[in-house]
Design a protein around this ligand. Sequence first.
Ligand code: BTN
Length: 252
Amino acid sequence: MNFTIVRYDSVASTNDEAASMARMGGPEGLCIVATEQTEGRGREGREWVSKAGTGLYVSVVLRPGLETRFYPVIPLLGAVAVYDAIEQTCGEKPDIKWPNDILIKGKKISGILAETCETDIGLAVILGIGINLTSAGFEGDLERSATAIEDIAGSEADCEALLRALTHYLSVHYDELESESAISELLKSWSLRSSFASGKEVTVKTRNESIAGTTEGLDPLGSLLVRTADGNLITVTAGDVETLREQAPDNP
Ligand code: BTN
């Protein structure tokens, strides 16, 4: 995949900007980067605080050649690429909390929001990625639950190096994604990078219920498998994972 980067000082949401360009025929690899988002969005309709200069806010237009039933693996691909980019630029191994939160020392450093959008030339996927660069402006709950590149690297974040690494790894993993066996390799890569993939005691909060159990890997579409105390294996397609008790991370 070749990237064309279009930069803005301030947008409502890079995902909205990328979607509107995709509707106008914007090609795969079009990458919207903004210094600030005034209406940054997270998963489940949450806000993604996006003050000027405090994060990397980027959205990439994808036009996958995959059957749409495989689209749920795309945010997991984003998580693998973000993991690799952070590891390369900070020298620190993150963790991935299903489906695609990137954590360092248990605190969230990056989130991913993938959305589809109908265009004249087919369905596009907008892969939106936010990476915290500095924690200086964190308020409220973020102070406890989030971290930033600056805190990990101990020096000012090099946003351009991070963006270069991110586009590099996105293209490496995306270009491989051509067959069902490639998808299963991608899911293996995800699992290798995540201490949540298996053997983790979790509670998953979905819209309607709370499921407690132990993780048992991913299904072929990237859903999380959770074994409950009564022995049932539940396939979780959406929700927020919380740990029951902290365990030593065993990701590479
Ligand atoms: C989450 O963890 O809830 C997902 C956060 C995704 C934030 C990014 S920042 C770039 C892109 N534009 C948005 O409005 N959201 C995503």
